[in-house]
Design a protein around this ligand. Sequence first.
Ligand code: MN
Length: 422
Amino acid sequence: MSDSPIPILSTWVEVPKNSDFSIYNLPFGVFKNKKLSPRIGIAIGDKIVDLSVLDQEGFFANMFLPEGIFIKDSLNELIALGKVQTKKIRERVQSLLLADNGELRDHSARGKVMVTRKEAEMLLPVKIGDYTDFYSSIEHATNVGKMFRDPENALLPNWKHIPVGYHGRASSIVVSGTPIHRPKGQFKDPDMDVPAFGPSRRLDFELELAFITGKQTKLGDSIATEEAEEYIFGFVLFNDWSARDIQAWEYVPLGPFLGKSFGSSISAWVVTIEALEPFKLAGPVQEPEVLPYLKSEKNHSFDINLEVLIQPEGKKPSKICTSNFRHMYWNVAQQLAHHTSNGCNINVGDMMASGTISGPTTDSFGSMLELSWKGTQPVKLEDGEERRFIEDGDTVIMKGFAEKEGIRVGFGEVTGQILPVK
Ligand code: MN
């Protein structure tokens, strides 16, 4: 982890203790409410700074921003301005929120600028062009290999050489709070002689983080590991809903398809990579050594605490998993370098998910598949309930935050309720 202490900042905004949205975070999101059309904001505490009003009131004067850049229903055009501009915007907002800065604090428009978060409806923050899902947790890949292949040779021969991934479906990625219907599909469980079509009987979540790309490349170009972070705008929590029975039957030989594409959920606030800088650390030692185009010298792993809760309808939520993003074997720089190593171009607003983030202990596994070990060991919830997989009416809640020296930078949560099959 970086050794330099984080400078102490204080704000005039009342930020509840343990809020994910501290003065150090300032994530971007898109919101609307009864009175306001879709627009871009930055979260702090229980408030949203309405950037469009700040802009109208002249707080971004001399920054040469395109007119109406904050009156948008996605962050794409803002992100496309580039990191120099978006960093300046975030730093300007941070300075306006500092305790000793009266510019906004004492301004007559303050009430219009500061919107109550509870009264806002969050929208999908980016128009996602392409979505890729990696498979970068060694613990997850080992668990899956043990269950479905050979416990003695759980990892496939390519796993420690390639950040394995597949191209997913962008159209069905939804913002936190959007319910998902249980998918129907074709499956053939081991006890079945012939396949059947019907509602999935093994519906699961996958605990992941995803990064959003902020800069495009040309077809044919590749990104080196050490320049990869220039292409990353920020991160969201990502629930890669998975129908295990459909997946198990369909995935040979071309990989995940309808067992995944029925829906994925993301958190609404995009935490910038700059806000996560203090929480960087070295990743696990990679042995055998990776090929030169995948080598990365700097720290590209992040110490981000993660948890998953299940809330059966009308009941209390129960925490069923505690993990950390630092466990990932392959880091984001390696993922992006690998993704573009063949000349595949990326665009602003692409989403690249990490793969299930499992840790080394049984309570840190990032899916029901692993937590219940293929459904053989039910997971106990409060209120005497237990789960092997996700049932209708269940809400899955994922949370994530980084914390150091009492400073907290978090994602809020991504939630999604499973509705009965349609
Ligand atoms: Mn996944």
